[in-house]
Design a protein around this ligand. Structure first.
Ligand code: FMN
Length: 331
């Protein structure tokens, strides 16, 4: 199997492995942590509200800033109406973004009520106006991230994807689940393959990749141009390195990372990248995934969740690490 870099206008994504946008998780601290290990060819921000963006100060906003190891990076926008696009893109252009994505897959009730995320898949005319408007405002790579829609209906899904392509997106991210699936049932990879088979633009496959073997299988089974990984990269921020080494490297990886050291690195990155009031909630969110590296991960999770400060969480976690060895989930 020969898998090469993915080209999005002037942007070369090499290796074609992408960190997923995840609200509350894929902030600068996690992106820098992933970046330190290498192997990630493209980062995504968390979704950013197009309505609020013009009021953010790019120079000082923790949500818009990015460190040196987080490139190239796509800024993901949550857009409800076409008129939100020009001011939001003007702000993003000042951030040094490498590309822009429009979220068309979020299933949160509040977002749908506002007319964003997957609500756009039910209103193709509004979705088209948003993409056309964005295309007029930027020469950067423009992407859209979609789910399969509200019901399983290939004609309407494929028609929606064709419309996005014809309206100017440079690539499509396909997370093949329906609205009601949320993250529960297995992703239906066959729809990534079917989408890839008829679109001209690159297709990025997403859903349930948690190991080098599954990444290789997604490339092989779907023919996708790049693989996007979300939750498993929070659990194992070194996963992209493992996938890249397994698919393109010379030698297998011998050394399993020490999660204790990774946890400490994450704490110091939280400290340097995010305002104090966000650190404890974001640490708790991260630990929900990271604790899965331990057989008794629920103990680590509970210790961090019950802590009243980051310092207390760090002390409890340190005591936990002294008594517990991680599971080695490499196969
Ligand atoms: C906590 C969380 C937050 C997410 N936030 C976003 C988001 O802001 N934008 C988006 O397009 N998808 C979001 N997603 C969906 C992921 O990008 C991805 O499509 C999904 O997790 C499936 O990929 P995975 O199996 O590799 O995790 C989120 C997922 C999770 C678990």
């Amino acid at each position: 199997m020969s898998i090469g870099p993915m080209q999005l206008r002037d942007l070369r994504v090499d290796p074609p492995l992408v960190l997923a946008p995840m609200a509350g998780l894929s902030h600068s601290a996690l992106r820098q942590l992933v970046g330190k290990f290498g192997g990630c060819g493209l980062f995504y921000t968390e979704m950013l509200s197009a309505r609020s963006l013009p009021f953010e100060a790019p120079a000082s906003s923790s949500w818009l800033a990015r460190g040196p190891g987080e490139r190239p990076i796509i800024y993901q926008l949550l857009v409800s109406h076409p008129e939100e696009v020009p001011p939001a893109l003007a702000t993003i252009h000042t951030c040094g973004a490498d590309g822009i994505d429009i979220n068309m897959g979020c299933t949160a009730a509040l977002i749908i009520k506002r007319g964003g995320g997957i609500a756009l898949m039910r209103e193709p005319a509004r979705a088209r106006a948003i993409i056309r408007g964005a295309r007029q405002e930027t020469n950067l790579p423009l992407l859209a991230k979609v789910r399969l829609g509200w019901n399983l209906d290939w004609d309407s899904f494929s028609g929606f994807c064709s419309m996005l392509q014809d309206s100017g997106v440079d690539a499509l991210v396909v997370h093949p689940r329906l609205k009601e699936d949320r993250l529960k049932r297995p992703a239906r990879w066959e729809y990534i393959a079917r989408t890839k088979a008829f679109l001209r633009i690159p297709v990025i496959g997403n859903g349930d990749v948690d190991s080098p073997e599954r990444a290789a299988r997604m490339f092989r089974q779907t023919g996708c141009d790049a693989v996007m990984i979300g939750r498993a990269a929070v659990r194992q921020p070194w996963l992209f390195r493992d996938v890249a080494t397994s698919l393109w490297g010379e030698a297998p990886i011998q050394i399993a990372p020490d999660p204790r050291g990774v946890f400490c690195d994450f704490l110091s990155l939280l400290d340097t990248t995010l305002p104090a009031e966000f650190r404890l909630p974001l640490l708790r969110h991260f630990v929900g995934y990271f604790a899965q590296n331990y057989a008794f991960g629920h103990t680590l999770w509970r210790l961090v969740h019950n802590a009243k400060s980051v310092a207390e969480a760090a002390a409890h976690a340190d005591a936990f690490f002294q008594d517990h060895r991680p599971i080695d989930n490499r196969r």
